[in-house]
Design a protein around this ligand. Structure first.
Ligand SMILES: [Zn+2]
Length: 539
């Protein structure tokens, strides 16, 4: 019989920061795992963002198969977008595969776990659960049970907007620490109550504090300034990190004879210094057209009294069957062949005739125009510093494969480790690139993976991909790996003797697609999710 597996998701954790802090004695539990177990890089999805990466982690497939390209996704080419949710992850999920095999599971605070699906065990949904809903647990009685047992349970702390004052920041970090404390208490209670074969918990704290305060965590962050206020904020964040470290150490100590502890992050983190206005860049090259000056002036006058869109907001998307720009009506769609929507997509859409509602680019010109944009953008440099603005620019087929690829953006941008982030802002301001004040944090494509337990053999650093997590967890539980999965079992974790005793088994893929209908949300629920994503800089 296989042992049990505990998987701890640390959203946004970077190996660089964890290794440094562990080396400085600030994270003794993780330091012990780094010394006794295996560690390495877990390459994220394209784009390296939470909704897409966790959907890949839970399905073992690339986004072309599961269809979650961003927080908001189209379910038909050129179609309107809905918030990602379990019904829009269109591949079998780990919790369903294991439940179907008679194994028990517990998923606590899983991002895109809303609405919760029936499992053999329990599921508590996390990030992208609308605040105020009662429908966030399976079984449904578990929510009230957690509140009754723990006194409180917080799905997500309301995120402050960037540029908040010190006191507000302190209050936010205290609330985040309390949320983490409650999450750990919930885990301990649910472990006792369900003892699942796979117990999977995700903590969002690292991601969310790093977005706001990377500059106080990373001594090497460019633009970092020492201050008493910064030290206070760092101490509060360190308290939460240490709380997570203690939790991890306790799971490590509690491992049984054949048990394994796996720690994963969906993407890494790093410093952001420059904001690249992609729609302005497209306009500069003639692929996107703003209305003429006179119309623009009229529009400004009509808007009098209403503030112009803030820097970093904007983007364009399908709303109610119409291509619209989210900052007002500044784009002339009849002459626009390419545009960027949400910055978290890291992508460009072409406006294709016959596909997009106001499409103008003839299908016969698609390849040529796409190639021109790819070539031109790959050479783009920062007009001020001369540094490259992108690492690579890729047509979607080089990034994705699978039946939902036609719903994805047409071109992807890989920023690698560059300290550059996108804005899809569409106001025709002249600057293409601007300095981000302070030293904000942003996503990096390399997350981390750590593994420890009696079955984990000594060896070199791991070099893995988020799509490898699901196959590896199935193998650890002695279950076969469905061959529709894109990931592989990380066999380098095991000794030859272990692999001989328990060879990797594969099984025909379950070619199941769940229906692609979104969950209808109320206007308040939609607004709440939108605010959360805006606070993180994703919209
Ligand atoms: Zn994330």
């Amino acid at each position: 019989m296989s042992g049990r597996v505990c998987t701890i998701g640390l959203d946004g954790a970077s190996l660089v920061l964890i290794r440094r802090w562990a080396g400085e004695g600030r994270l003794p539990g993780l330091a012990r795992i780094l010394a006794q177990g295996r560690a390495g890089t877990l390459h994220s999805t394209m784009p390296p963002f939470t909704a897409t990466a966790w959907s890949t982690i839970v399905t073992g497939t690339n986004p072309g198969k599961h269809g979650v390209f961003d927080f908001r996704i189209a379910t038909e080419p050129g179609g309107p977008k809905s918030y990602a949710n379990t019904r829009l992850i269109r591949q079998p999920k780990l919790w369903g595969l294991l439940s179907g095999a008679g194994r028990s599971v517990g998923f606590l605070n899983f991002p895109i776990g809303f609405p919760p699906e029936p499992v053999n065990g329990y599921l508590v949904s996390g990030f992208l659960t609308p605040r105020g809903t009662d429908n966030y647990t399976y079984p449904a009685s578990l929510g009230p049970e957690l509140h009754e047992t723990l006194g409180d349970y917080v799905i997500g702390v309301k995120l402050p907007k960037a540029g908040i004052g010190h006191e507000e920041g302190v209050a936010f970090l205290r609330a985040m620490d309390r949320q983490t404390e409650l999450r750990i208490q919930a885990y301990d209670y649910l472990e006792e109550r369900f003892q699942p074969d796979l117990h999977f918990v995700v903590f969002m704290a690292m991601d969310q504090v790093q977005h706001l305060y990377w500059k106080y965590l990373d001594e090497e962050a460019e633009g970092r300034a020492e201050s008493a206020e910064g030290n206070e904020l760092r101490a509060l964040m360190e308290k939460t990190f240490r709380r997570l470290d203690d939790f991890i150490a306790a799971r490590h100590d509690g491992l049984g004879e054949n048990d394994t502890l796996l720690i994963v992050s969906d993407h890494g983190f790093g410093n952001l210094r420059r904001r690249f206005f992609l729609n302005r860049w497209l306009a500069r090259h003639g692929w996107l057209k703003f209305y003429g000056t006179r119309v623009w002036g009229d529009r400004l006058r009509r808007q009098f009294g209403r503030p112009l869109p803030a820097e970093g907001s904007g983007g364009a998307e399908m709303i109610g069957g119409t291509l619209a720009d989210r900052s007002g009506r500044y784009i002339d769609w009849s002459r626009t062949v390419a545009y960027a929507s949400h910055p978290s997509e890291q992508a460009i859409y072409l406006n294709v005739a016959g596909r997009d509602p106001h499409g103008v680019l003839p299908e016969s010109d698609y390849q040529r125009v796409r190639e021109e944009i790819v070539t031109r953008l790959a050479m783009a440099t920062d007009p001020v510093t001369g540094a490259p603005l992108v690492r690579a620019v890729l047509p979607r087929e080089e990034v994705l494969s699978g039946p939902h690829t036609p719903c994805a953006p047409d071109i992807y941008i890989d920023f690698g480790d560059l300290p550059v982030t996108l804005s899809a802002n569409i106001t025709p301001h002249p600057a293409l690139v601007r300095t981000i004040p302070g030293a904000d944090g942003g996503h990096r494509p390399d997350g981390l993976v750590l593994a420890v337990g009696p079955r984990v053999a000594d060896g070199a650093d791991l070099d893995a991909h988020v799509q490898d997590v699901a196959p590896t967890l199935l193998h650890l539980l002695d279950e076969p790996v469905p061959n529709h999965m894109d990931g592989r079992v990380l066999t380098e974790l095991f000794s030859p003797a272990d692999l001989a005793r328990r060879p990797v088994r594969s099984v025909a893929g379950l070619d199941v697609e769940t229906s692609g209908t979104g969950v209808a949300m109320s206007a308040d629920e939609e607004h709440d999710l939108e605010e959360s994503l805006r606070a993180l800089g994703y919209l």
